[in-house]
Write a protein that binds this ligand. Sequence first.
Ligand code: AMP
Ligand code: MN
Ligand code: MN
Ligand code: MN
Length: 290
Amino acid sequence: MASIDLHFHSTASDGGLAPDEVVRRAAARDATLLALTDHDCTAGLDAARAAACAAGVDFLDGVEISVTWNERHTIHIVGLGIDPAQAQLSAGLKSIRDGRIERARQMSASLEKAGIRGVFDGAMALAANPEMIGRTHFARHLVQSGEVKDVKTVFRKFLTAGKPGYVPHQWATLDDAVAWIRAAGGMAVIAHPGRYDMGRTLIERLINDFKAAGGEALEVVSGSHSLDDMLRFAIFADKHQLYASAGSDFHAPGEGGRDVGSTTALPPICRPVWDALAARIHRAAANVQE
Ligand code: AMP
Ligand code: MN
Ligand code: MN
Ligand code: MN
């Protein structure tokens, strides 16, 4: 159980390692079940799945969808056990990606007003997949150019609501994101609920809307959760009859947070999401030649 990681990123979105590299890194840390969950994009899954199989690690196809809920809250919905080729899901994800380059131009223009020039080209140069240009690429560029000391500080000073460089954006609706995941045979999971700037009442409204849309799981163990978050959301999952998931949300070596490939055990009251997804797992052993 401690070697399960169902949330991490590759260069297909804003991670720092290629899909096969990040899977090999997780395998070297004794992972037994992995899911790559790039933002709004499934382009890394074939390479990640092949690397998992070669390393003898079970694998779930995953994605992390950007959603605008309740008009102004950006939340993330992970889909696990999806079929990445499913038409409704792939068209939906493309519709989200389509807005990213224009958003990046606006972010760059906004930073220019704050006296920082040339950020669009610098950030683009760091995006292996240009259509997935995002805030993390901007942050890395500002660190590498010596403008700001680390990624965390860039977000605090520039890339969050109300700061120069922040451009509000309309992502997918909650109903659409969950519907695409379900159409592709997957299970929807509310990602890192501890990160949202919401009190108990609002979180419970989000959970109710999510369940009404067909969502079934909550990330209880996350690289961005404190111990207190983990216990709080374990209780929420139990109360609302949601499965519980676990993921590192690893992006790149040296960027803080948990490393990829292992997470802490779920509290015993939780029902693990991987039990409900058994039929969707690509089993490494099934591919081993006798
Ligand atoms: P975007 O989808 O372009 O809005 O970028 C969102 C990504 O930015 C998240 O998935 C994280 O990887 C990263 N991010 C958001 N907030 C922070 C933060 N405070 N510190 C570091 N990275 C962050
Ligand atoms: Mn990210
Ligand atoms: Mn996220
Ligand atoms: Mn993530």
